[in-house]
Design a binder for this molecule. Structure first.
Ligand SMILES: [Zn+2]
Length: 297
């Protein structure tokens, strides 16, 4: 993937040197509604990789269901744009999502409000509560920001078997997909559903939400090639498909606990994640991504 020389987004804040500002140690309350790339198992894997007690991470995730203390509703301060290679890569990918979705909505007489993206290290305040690197990248609807600790890309490559720059781009495009869902009102509907359905039913809805974000990411992959954006190289799409497969709930569960519990899936199986990414990739249309339609996904 040839990302050098592409337009770099101005919407990236580099807080890796601790410039996060207020609220950084705001307790363990984790805000509702945060939406990440992988489920609890990814937190287990990643926390192992990062040397954080997995039970701490699980406790944090458990807090998402509304019990426990209120989250710290503090967004980090803006930071300077990153200038290192990893940071510039993120700026290029985010810039491409801005171009693709900006044009997509303009062509439909709508305006796209781009999200900001925060690079952090370790932990960060967010409007959804304190974010932890061990959770993997996530999107916070309350402040419309994507949060990434770039160490996740090492985990993706070394622990989860998904190397490659286009795999990394897919992760960002997936989180931006959650931003699109927020703009479309889907996130708010999910929040309402959380209060009235069983955990099992909510998990099933969560799978549909996540597969839709994968599909949106596939739409981006197609449209970004058609515009003046990326020049994809042989193997790029395969990198993204492999990443989607490696972070499927069944694959993650098998890897970490040896057994698979489908009722606990929140992101979808490897087969589902690959299939919905591919559907978006082939269609190039958000309409192709209606994972909430009746019937199995
Ligand atoms: Zn997600």
């Amino acid at each position: 993937m040839k990302w050098e020389g592409q337009r770099e987004s101005d919407n990236v804040d580099d807080l890796r040197d601790g410039g996060g500002g207020g609220g950084g140690r705001g307790g363990i309350g984790l805000g509702g509604g945060r939406i990440g790339i992988g489920g609890i198992v990814i937190a287990l894997l990643a926390s192992w990789a990062f040397g954080i007690n997995p039970m701490t991470v699980l406790g944090l995730l458990g807090g998402m269901d509304g019990g426990g203390q209120a989250p710290t509703q503090v967004s980090p301060q803006p930071g300077p744009p990153p200038t290192d290679e990893g940071g510039r890569f993120v700026r290029s990918v985010l810039g491409s999502t801005e171009d693709v979705w900006g044009n997509y909505f303009a062509a439909r007489q709508q305006q796209y409000q781009a999200p900001r993206l925060t690079l952090f290290r370790g932990r960060t305040p967010t409007a959804c509560g304190t974010g932890e690197a061990a959770m993997g990248p996530f999107y916070c609807p309350a402040d419309q920001r994507v949060y990434i600790d770039l160490a996740f890309y090492d985990t993706l490559r070394d622990r989860l078997g998904a190397p490659g720059d286009f795999a990394q781009a897919y992760v960002i495009a997936h989180e931006v997909g959650h931003h699109l869902q927020n703009l479309q009102g889907t996130t708010a509907k999910m929040d309402k559903a959380r209060q009235r359905v069983s955990e099992k039913d909510y998990n099933a809805l969560s799978v549909r939400l996540e597969l839709q974000a994968d599909c949106y990411s596939g739409v981006w992959a197609k449209l970004s090639q058609e515009g003046r954006g990326w020049r994809l190289e042989p193997g790029d799409i395969e990198e993204a498909l492999n990443a989607a497969s490696q972070i499927g709930d069944d694959t993650l569960q098998r890897r970490s606990q040896g057994t698979v519990v489908p009722e606990s899936f929140t992101h979808g199986s490897s087969e589902q994640r690959v299939r919905w990414f591919r559907r978006g990739l082939e269609a190039g249309e958000l309409k192709a991504c209606d994972t909430f339609a009746a019937g199995p996904v």
